[in-house]
Ligand binder design. Structure first.
Ligand code: AMP
Length: 114
């Protein structure tokens, strides 16, 4: 399988702004932010899309949300509100095929989303 940009970031082959890292998860600032706070929470395990999730990934996915919640608190967007998004496949805007949770905050978001 071809390496995605996120594997290169995890392996420090390309630079990024890391805001959190554990054995299983890394979180970085998005290079093309769509909100004042836009952070990607990325598992180090390569899972191309949410469609590829397996039952054994349940704990990892749960940990990603716990990391997102803590970063939202640390960035001060937890009270006003923030958005957590997984894009799944091209039709939903997925461009990097290594799952990642978008955490966006610091502005007002509309719903329904376009
Ligand atoms: P998606 O379109 O849901 O697959 O999200 C991919 C995200 O990765 C986009 O928001 C991009 O701006 C972001 N991105 C792409 N390359 C980099 C990079 N080198 N460092 C940080 N974020 C990146």
């Amino acid at each position: 399988m071809n390496e995605t940009i996120f594997t290169k970031i995890i392996n420090r082959e390309i630079p990024s702004q890391i805001v959190f890292e554990s054995e299983e998860i890394i979180a970085i600032n998005d290079i093309n932010p769509q909100a004042p706070v836009h952070i990607l929470i990325i598992p180090k395990k390569v899972i191309p899309t949410i469609n590829d999730l397996k039952p054994e990934d349940a704990e990892l996915i749960g940990k990603m949300f716990l990391v997102a919640k803590q970063i939202a608190i640390d960035k001060g967007v937890d009270k006003d509100g923030y958005r957590l998004v997984f894009n799944v496949n091209e039709g939903a805007g997925q461009t990097v095929f290594h799952i990642h949770l978008h955490l966006m905050g610091g502005r007002k978001f509309n719903w329904p989303a376009g």
